[in-house]
Design a protein around this ligand. Structure first.
Ligand code: SAJ
Length: 445
């Protein structure tokens, strides 16, 4: 039975179903279809399925739209909303659904439970299930395996196979990283590993590392939490530099010349779908009592504080020029959670915009990638956005904001122009030379 599946995987004849067509599932489905597999993408959100069927795709991921159009037109990628049917038709099922947090900051595994139930209903003998979603420790063993066995009446490792292979793609560079990143595979047993490695061998130029499921679950959570905690340290260092009359940008560059130091970039906080939640998933294992972590708790307080700190710098800068934030024209450059993406989930810009609006400022936003505005006035271009502004706030480090022409900008802005650089994209001296009041995260000079 498994030999037959192995052969079908090896020859690209296995039918693949991808459950969940978000920022992980959609590229996953496209990439496997792109190398010749027949892929059914399934998502309970009909809107998502319709956008794929009509090829009306709102993705800014480089190369993804073209790839989906190509494989859909070639009949290699189908999209349906019936996840049970997708599982029934497939021999290999990849679960790529979201694993967000509840309001109280605990793992919300309902989407994973629903997807596991739907897979179990489509599960027959001789099939492979691979979970790709980021999960709390112990989830594959204590939730997914038991759900698949209970709902299908089949035995894992005997009638079907199961593996965990977490996605590690960087939004903004998804297709490249999907193919080149080292891939982790944790298998229920040796056969599960063999089948899963054979599948990913076809799409991965990177190394495939095999481990057990528990290690793979924790490795994924560790890498995102490592980044989250390190960004918190960079942010704390920024606050210290402001007080000590130093420049964190210079300090970090200097410190990172040390062979064993890699300080991350300070900024207005951490956004996105992953770093904001994965440290919490790490602390809430499935089937065990939660862990408490001072380090992660402090990191959250620090990273969450930075947006407020940017607003404090705005209020201070306006005071320096004898203006009150109330009724001041403030332009926020960037709404997305990071550079060169359109996603605004948990974006630090949202906190900054909402806080400034609550202080009575007249806020205008401009972002080349998204029209989201969080209640502020949205502009079509940077010139319109800056026109008549008292203060510019840089909230996202898009490339478009790296070479701001302060002489031209000054002509558009109100007298005594201010820039508060939450992403350290601007050159402080150039701004000041043009008569700007300059404030920047971690800039104490
Ligand atoms: N950020 C900083 N300073 C930095 C780096 C990032 O403030 O030095 C901020 C960004 O502006 C953004 C947030 O952190 O608001 C997260 O951005 P990111 O580029 O670090 O990460 P994501 O969320 O886009 O993608 C991460 C990646 N994880 C790691 O790099 C360890 C990606 O590889 C994962 O696959 C992804 O999470 C995920 O889906 O888990």
């Amino acid at each position: 039975m498994s030999e037959r599946l192995l052969e079908k995987i090896r020859t690209g004849k296995a039918h693949i179903a991808v459950l969940g067509l978000g920022h992980v599932g959609l590229p996953t489905a496209a990439i496997f279809a792109n190398i010749g597999y027949s892929v059914t993408g399934a998502d309970v959100k009909k809107k998502v399925v319709d956008s794929i069927l009509s090829l009306n795709l709102d993705t800014k991921e480089p190369g993804l739209k073209e790839m989906i159009e190509r494989v859909a037109r070639a009949g290699k990628l189908k999209a349906i909303a019936d996840t049970v049917l997708a599982a029934k038709q497939a021999e290999v099922m990849l679960i790529c659904v979201q694993t967000p947090l509840t309001q109280s900051g605990k793992p919300d595994l309902r989407y994973l439970e629903n997807a596991s139930r739907d897979v179990a209903r489509g599960l027959g003998k001789g099939k492979l299930v691979i979970v790709v979603s980021t999960v709390p420790p112990g989830t594959i063993k204590n939730l997914v395996t038991s759900m698949l066995e209970k709902e299908s009446g089949l035995k894992c490792g005997v009638d079907f196979w199961l593996a965990y292979s977490p996605e590690r793609i960087l939004p903004g560079n998804t297709i490249e990283e999907f193919v080149t990143n080292v891939r982790l595979v944790g298998g229920f047993d040796a056969r599960s590993v063999e089948l899963t490695v054979e599948l990913f061998k076809n799409v991965t130029k990177g190394t495939i590392l095999v481990t057990d499921i528990a290690n793979a679950e924790l490795a994924k959570l560790a890498e995102n939490t490592f980044r989250y905690v390190n960004i918190a340290f960079a942010n704390e260092l920024a606050l210290i530099c402001e007080r000590m009359g130093a420049d964190v940008a210079e300090v970090v560059n200097l410190a990172n010349t040390h062979p064993r130091v890699n300080i991350h970039k300070p900024g207005p906080g951490v956004g996105g779908p992953c770093l904001t939640k994965d440290p919490q998933l790490l602390l809430h294992p499935e089937g065990h009592s939660p862990f408490t972590s001072k380090l992660i708790k402090c990191s959250r307080e620090l990273n969450d504080y930075m947006a407020e700190h940017v607003v404090k710098l705005v209020v201070k800068a306006l005071k320096d020029t004898n203006k009150d934030v109330k009724n001041s024209n403030i332009t926020v450059l960037g709404v997305a959670y990071k550079a060169e993406v359109s996603d605004t989930i948990n974006s630090p810009a949202e906190k900054i915009i909402r806080k400034l609006l609550s202080l009575g400022a007249k806020v205008t936003v401009y972002d080349p990638y998204t029209k989201d505005d969080f209640g502020a006035r949205s502009s079509k271009n940077i010139t319109e956005a800056i026109n008549g502004a008292h203060c510019i706030v840089v909230a996202t480090d898009h490339k478009a904001f790296e070479k701001l022409d302060f002489r031209a900008i000054k002509r558009l802005m109100n007298i005594n122009p201010i820039i508060v650089d939450g992403r350290r994209v601007a050159h402080p001296e150039k701004a000041k030379k043009q008569g700007f009041t300059y404030y920047g995260i971690g800039y104490g000079l």
